[in-house]
Ligand binder design. Structure first.
Ligand SMILES: [Zn+2]
Length: 427
C-alpha cells in the first residue's frame, strides 16, 4: 500500500493506494473505492507543524484494517516510534528514516479528548483535569449519510463555549475510506487530537471508551483489557508518540457514564443520538432505545408497553435485538430490572443473559481500570470517580472479568427465551 501525505496550513490530506493484491485480499472487502481522507480546521491552526510521529500514527490508524505486506510511510519518525511499529505482522511499516526527534509536550502539557458530545465522552470530560481540551470530530455531510444531523453537535459546542471550556472542532472524512462507512479502527476517532497535539501541547489522548467495550462486559465473554491484543498493540504506539492513552471511563459502564453526566456540570449537554434535530432525539435508532431505557432505569420511571412496541417499529432496534448476543445487553438488563415491566417487556428481559445474574456492579466503577490513565493524572481521576460512583466490590470485580456465557447460550431454557422474543419481533 502506498501512502501520500499533503500538508497545507489548514488541511492534511492522506491518500492511500492499495495494491491489486490488497484489493483482492479479504482485507480489501471493506475498502471504499477512494482511500483518501482529509483533516481540516477553520481555526488558527497550522498543520504543517504536526509532529511526524503523530502523522505516522494517523496513517496507521487509517491503514490498519486494509494493509498487507510493505507499508512505506514517507516520514522521518523517531527511533522509539519505529520500534513500537514492529509489533505489526500482517503489514510492515517502513519510514524514510528514524532520525526524527521524539515528541514530548512542554511543561504546560494537557490532555486532548476525542469528543463526540455523547454520554460517554462527556463523562470522560467530567473526570479529566480542567485543562483538558475536548476535540470535537465534525463529520462532513455526504449523500449516503443524510441521517446525520449537525444540530446536536452545534448545541454541544455552544454549551462548552458558555461554560468557558476551551474546545475545537476538526472535520475529517476518514469514515469514508471504509465500506460500509465507519471508522477504520475504533481509535481512529482520535485522529483530530493527534493532528492538534503539537499545536495545543497535548500530553495524552483521551477516549470515552466504556467498560462494555474495553472489558467486553455484557458480551459473550469478558476480557481483561490490559492483557488484550488491542491494548498491547495500540497503547505502546500512542506512548511512543509521546501521547499515552487516557481512558478515564474504561472502568465505568454505560449506566455509570449516564449517572456521571447527570450529576456533572454537563448535565443537559450530552446526547448520543446524532440524527434528531436538537433538542429532539430521533427516537428511532438503537442508541436512542438503549439510552432511553437507561434514563428510565436511573430515574425509575416507566417505560410503557406502548413505548416498547413503538420502538419495535424501528428496523434498527429489531435487528439489534435479533442478534445472537445482543450488544450491551447487560445495560438493557440493568434498566429493565429497575423498572416495572409489562408482559412484552418481560419477554425481552427474560431473553437477556443479564436477567440471570446480579447487575449491581454496573452502578460502581472498576478500580483496576485506573491503570488505563497516565500515572500523573490517576489521583485526579480517582478522586473524581469517587465523587460520582461507588467502588466495585472485589468479589464483583472477579465475577465480572471472568464472565463467560458460551455454555449458557446453548441451554434449552435460553433457546426457548430467544424463540419467544423472535416471535414477538416478527409479529
Ligand atoms: Zn436516535
Amino acid at each position: 500500500m502506498d501512502v501520500r501525505i499533503d500538508l497545507e496550513q489548514s488541511r492534511i490530506v492522506v491518500s492511500l493506494s492499495a495494491s491489486k493484491k490488497e484489493r483482492e485480499s479479504i482485507y480489501g472487502e471493506k475498502m471504499a473505492d477512494l482511500l483518501e481522507f482529509s483533516i481540516a480546521s477553520n481555526g488558527p491552526i497550522d498543520f504543517r507543524m504536526v509532529h511526524q510521529d503523530h502523522l505516522a500514527l494517523i496513517v496507521l490508524l487509517a491503514a490498519h484494517p486494509f494493509a498487507t505486506g510493505k507499508l512505506p510511510i514517507p516520514l522521518h519518525v523517531s527511533k522509539q516510534f519505529e520500534e513500537a511499529t514492529r509489533i505489526f505482522s500482517r503489514y510492515r511499516p517502513e519510514f524514510l528514516s528514524t532520525s526524527g526527534k521524539p515528541y514530548t509536550s512542554t511543561s504546560d502539557g494537557k490532555p486532548g479528548l476525542a469528543f463526540s458530545g455523547g454520554m460517554d465522552s462527556t463523562a470522560a470530560l467530567a473526570l479529566m483535569p480542567n485543562k483538558t481540551v475536548p476535540v470535537f470530530l465534525d463529520r462532513p455531510h455526504r449523500a449516503n449519510t443524510t441521517l446525520y444531523n449537525k444540530s446536536a453537535a452545534k448545541a454541544t459546542l455552544a454549551f462548552l463555549e458558555a461554560k468557558g471550556v476551551p474546545n475545537i472542532a476538526i472535520s475529517t472524512d476518514v469514515e469514508f475510506i471504509r465500506n460500509p462507512v465507519g471508522f477504520p479502527t475504533d481509535l481512529a476517532t482520535g485522529i483530530p487530537v493527534l493532528a492538534l497535539a503539537s499545536h495545543f501541547q497535548f500530553d495524552s489522548v483521551g477516549f470515552g471508551t466504556v467498560m462494555e467495550s474495553a472489558y467486553r462486559i455484557g458480551h459473550e465473554r469478558s476480557r481483561d483489557y490490559i492483557e488484550s491484543p488491542h491494548y498491547k498493540v495500540w497503547a505502546p504506539l500512542f506512548s511512543a508518540a509521546g501521547l499515552p492513552l487516557f481512558l478515564p471511563v474504561a472502568g465505568v459502564s454505560e449506566v455509570g457514564t449516564s449517572t456521571i453526566v447527570h450529576r456533572s456540570p454537563y448535565r443537559g449537554m450530552a446526547r448520543s443520538c446524532i440524527r434528531g434535530d436538537w433538542p429532539q432525539t430521533c427516537d428511532n435508532c438503537w442508541k436512542c432505545f438503549r439510552k432511553q431505557l437507561i434514563e428510565h432505569g436511573i430515574n425509575q420511571t416507566d417505560f410503557s408497553e406502548h413505548q416498547f412496541l413503538k420502538s419495535l417499529q424501528s428496523k434498527e432496534v429489531v435487528s439489534k435485538l435479533s442478534a445472537e448476543f445482543i450488544s450491551h445487553e447487560n445495560v438493557l438488563g440493568w434498566a429493565l430490572n429497575k423498572i416495572k415491566r409489562g408482559p412484552t417487556l418481560d419477554v425481552l428481559f427474560n431473553r437477556l443473559v443479564a436477567s440471570t445474574y446480579s447487575l449491581k456492579h454496573l452502578d460502581a466503577f472498576y478500580p483496576p481500570a485506573i491503570n488505563l490513565v497516565p500515572p500523573k493524572y490517576r489521583l485526579h481521576v480517582l478522586e473524581q470517580l469517587r465523587t460520582y460512583l461507588p467502588e466495585m466490590k472485589e468479589a464483583d470485580q472477579w465475577r465480572m472479568i471472568e464472565q463467560d456465557f458460551t455454555e449458557h447460550l446453548n441451554t434449552p431454557q435460553h433457546r426457548k427465551n430467544v424463540h419467544t422474543l423472535m416471535t414477538l419481533l416478527k409479529s
